[in-house]
Write a protein that binds this ligand. Structure first.
Ligand code: CP3
Length: 340
């Protein structure tokens, strides 16, 4: 069986699997070429381009799984939000929630109105290469909502917290609608052939443990209980390693953690019952190949006694990263002897 799938399920395998978050990005020459001609949204409306972007890192870096090329914000467009991606900023919404503090013009997500070729592209990849696992993904409700509040990234979650703490009813309704969207979008990716879905909750670490329990855990619990029996899920967040027990209580048994923690210690704290993914600092991978290889080897070796471990960065690949560094990292991690 494929090493990635086996590690995801805690079954025996030969090599520690490796993939990189944002592995289909600007650091790759093929991707940069496509982006001179097309925007992200145009790319995601075209099956051939989506498939090419998804497969480039598999071919050139040698990772063990492909992550479908898409974005966590694409589905909000079919809910009535007007989405664009602005160079150097990120997702931009021209009719944000805070502009009128109501949900007028906003509707439930429906698969029929989702105008992107994410699902068709997963099917295409799976039908032409059935031994390559495809990772589907969605955003976490809080993280998606934070981009909808003012229409720009909400630094420190300041505006989002104001709405959460004031008990704004429409905002709570919006979180519920996003949760439904995440479930439908993830389930459709699994139906199309994705082996797992990673929930990207990049901003969750700006909450305290108490706030996480009050404002994120119930939505995440709904997502995990709806999807867990369809496919194993991975929950990604940053600056949350001290809340790993709460993420497990929310129903996630595979966590992707950033570089601000010792993965082995987190595994011991959790009693060895969960899967962990991570956690090389992407800045190291961008700055120095030798430091990345040394640190990557150290991290992966410390986890080589656990069957449910997947090597990754602690966040997305940075644009200045040399693809050769990631290729060498894959080889270095694969060469580590597993003790399972
Ligand atoms: O991993 C992959 O290769 C798949 C593609 C992927 C994209 N976005 C495409 C994209 C994935 C997994 C994402 C996830 C995503 N999108 C997250 C969670 C992970 C994280 O980075 O925290 C978030 C918060 C978003 C929202 C988003 N989209 C932001 C903040 C930005 C701008 C910042 C940036 O990294 O460029 C985007 C734009 C975006 N999404 C790009 C890509 C390839 C960059 C656009 C470009 O190439 O010009």
């Amino acid at each position: 069986m494929n090493n990635f799938l086996a590690a995801l399920r805690g079954e025996t395998h030969e090599e520690i699997p490796v993939w990189f978050m944002r592995q289909a990005g600007r650091y790759l020459p093929g991707y940069r070429g496509i982006r001179t001609r097309m925007s992200i949204r145009e790319m995601c409306r075209d099956v051939d381009t989506t498939v090419a972007a998804t497969l480039e890192p598999v071919k050139s870096i040698g990772v063990d799984a492909a992550i479908i090329f898409a974005d966590i914000m694409l589905p909000v467009e079919s809910m009535g939000f007007s989405l664009d991606f602005v160079e150097g900023v990120g997702p931009a919404i021209s009719n944000p929630f805070k502009a009128n503090r109501s949900l007028s013009g906003i509707s439930d997500f429906s698969l029929e109105n989702y105008g992107y070729k994410t699902y068709d592209s997963i099917r295409r990849i799976r039908s032409s290469n059935d031994s390559l696992p495809v990772i589907g993904f969605s955003g976490g409700p809080l993280t998606i909502a934070s981009y909808l509040v003012n229409g720009r990234p909400d630094r420190d979650l300041a505006q989002t917290k104001e709405l959460l703490l004031s008990g704004d009813r429409d905002f709570r309704k919006l979180l519920r609608m996003i949760t439904e969207m995440v479930i439908m979008n993830s389930r459709e990716q699994i139906r199309s052939g994705a082996s797992t879905v990673q929930i990207f909750d990049s901003w969750a670490g700006y909450l305290s443990p108490g706030q996480f329990s009050s404002y994120a855990e119930n939505y995440l619990g709904e997502i995990s209980s709806e999807l867990n029996h369809h496919a194993p899920l991975i929950y990604f967040s940053t600056q949350t390693s001290s809340m790993s027990d709460i993420m497990v209580s929310a129903g996630f048994s595979f966590l992707s953690l950033d570089w601000r923690c010792n993965l082995h210690q987190v595994m011991e704290f959790l009693g060895g019952e969960v899967g962990l993914q991570g956690n090389l600092d992407p800045a190291i991978a961008e700055i120095s190949r030798s430091a990345a290889l040394e640190e990557g080897h150290r991290i992966a070796s410390s986890m080589s006694g656990f069957p449910r471990y997947i090597f990754n960065l602690g966040h997305g690949v940075l644009p200045g990263t040399n693809p050769e560094t990631l290729k060498e990292l894959v080889k270095a991690v694969h060469s580590i002897e597993l003790k399972i």
